[in-house]
Each structure stands twice: as C-alpha cells, then as structure tokens.
Write a protein that binds this ligand. Sequence first.
Ligand code: 2NL
Length: 346
Amino acid sequence: MDLAQLTSDLEALRARATGAAGGAPDTAALDAIELEVLGKKGELTAILRGIGGLPAEDRPKVGAIANAVRGSVEAALGEARARLGSSELAARLAAEAVDVTTPGRPIRRGSLHPIMETAREISRVFGQFGFVDYEGPEIEDDVTNFQMLNIPPDHPARDLWDTLYVDIEGGLLRPHTSPGQIRVMHAERPPIRALLPGRCFRYEATDASHASEFFQVEGLMVDEGTNLADLKGQLVEFAHAMFGEGTATRFRPGYYPFTEPSVAFDIGCLVCGGPGCPACGRTGWMTILGAGMVHPVVLQYGGIDPERYQGFAFGMGVERITMLRHGVQDLRVFLEGDLRFLEQFR
Ligand code: 2NL
C-alpha cells in the first residue's frame, strides 16, 4: 500500500459518498450512507487501516486528506438533510392535515326514563310551593310502615297492600312511600313541606295497570292551621301545571287509615273530555291521587303535637301520571327497557 494508492482511494470515496448524499431519496438513506462511510466499521476507517504500511513521514499527509474527506462527506450529508428534512416535513403536514370544517360525529346521549322525568316534574312543581325532596329506605320495618300509619296488625287495611316480606326480623319491602314521611316527621320540626319520591313493591300479578315494582311520590305538609282548603288549592295548582291550565278538577271523599278526612282527587278525562269513553269508565273523571288531613294519631306517632299542628298528605303513582300525560295504555312498557319505546321521550 503506498501514498498514491491511499490518496486515490480516499478521493474516490469522497466523490462516491458526496454523490450518493446528493442523490439520496430520503433522510433514512442519508443515515445509511453516514453509517457505511463514516461509521466505526465504515469505509473511511477501512481505508485508514492501510496507513500502518506507510513510511512515517507520509502518515500525516494521509491523515489530513482523510479529515478533509470526512469534512466534505459530513457537509454533503448536512446539506442533503436540510433539503430532504423540510420536504419530508411538508409532505407529512400535508398527509396528516385535519379538516377542521368536517362535521363532528354525533355523540349518543342518554336520556331520563319517562318515569323519572315525570317524578322530577312533580318535584319541580311542588318545589315551587316550598316542598323539599326527601328519601326513605326501600326496606322498611313493620312499625314504621304499618303501626305508625295507624294500621295495627289486625287492621283490615293491611289487606289493601299485599306486602313482600324479607329475611330480616320485622323487615319488608315498602309497599308505599308513607313510612318515609314518618321518618321525616321524626327528623324535622314543623313547619314541614316534604316530598318523598321512591320505588315501592307489592306482591302483585302484573297486567296493564299493575306491577310488583312501581314509583310513588308522596307529599306531606305540617304547620299551624294547615287545613283541607290548603290541600285542595295546592292540588288544583299541581293539576294545572302538570296537565294544562284548563284541566278540570274534582275533590271528593275517599278513605285511608292514616288520614281523616280522606279524599280522592280527579281530573277531567283527557281522552274524551266527557261521558262515553273507555279511558275513564264513562264518568268523565280520572283519579290521579289520594290525599287527606294527617290523622292526629299519626302526627303523634311522628312526635308532633296534634293540638298545635295540623297536616295534609297526598300520594300518587308515578306510572299512572306518566300514562295519562303521554297517552300510554300499558305500564309494562316502562319496565321492558325497549329503546324503540324509550327513545320517543328524549
Ligand atoms: C295513594 C294515596 C296517600 C298519604 C298517602 C300519608 C303519609 C303520612 C300521614 C298521612 Cl306520614 N298520610 N300519606 C295520605 C293519603 C293518601 O296516598 O293512592 N297513593 C298512591
């Protein structure tokens, strides 16, 4: 190996490597050239291995040429990198561009079940009269559910509710929300305006108007001098808010063991507006709730002095109210979770 041969090899490498850098299609090709030519195991290193066979005075000359070759190749690579890098960035920006004017994909939103929607509307209307929502437990005890509501163990009124009992001593699934109001009376001092929405349970054969699970909303107002006219006034306002201002109303005698006197509250039939209709049994009236003045004994059980305070209470089935509002004939559709039905209420 002599000086002339090494020099020409180095010059040939410079020409080939700078030419390759100039013609490289992308930056990955430049990385490959850099490794092949300038890398630890690259061609430049391979040529310089021949330096050992040269006379000592020639070695620095070859070293100087080798450094110059390295410099030219690095410069050519750097120049090509700058050129290719910016066109690659431009290509990537073009390929990955987002069209911000494309319409968005709609998000499927859930909606309230019609029963819950009605329960909230009832709460909203009575909320305007100052009633506040409360909750009671779904598993109740016999004392709160029956005895404190003036329904003793042998009272025939117990036949009105076919109660489901659970495996807890004295425990049952509440068949109405009234025991929750007993709990409100124990927890609060008058004046009380409590609304109690909640799920109730009865041993029931399911048909178009009965289910073993259903919702009630119950109201309780206790204050000095609360009377039947207060009850009637609020129920009429409620009926107008719920079913329309022009809705006819009727207040008539009823019976519950925990109220005295007790009333049934009707609205004019929404289907026929008069006699001769199957929806209201041809009477022109549909009962929407039961109510009455809280029995003095029940006030006493609630820890309230009936000589000083009086109260009214009312209770309604949310399924029934929802059926009347939306013209639904069979309450089983509320339990089935069929989206074709439920999506109509979105
Ligand atoms: C109905 C009738 C009613 C009550 C519920 C009540 C609660 C207490 C005291 C007195 Cl703590 N009364 N609640 C009163 C009358 C009627 O519900 O048919 N509900 C579906």
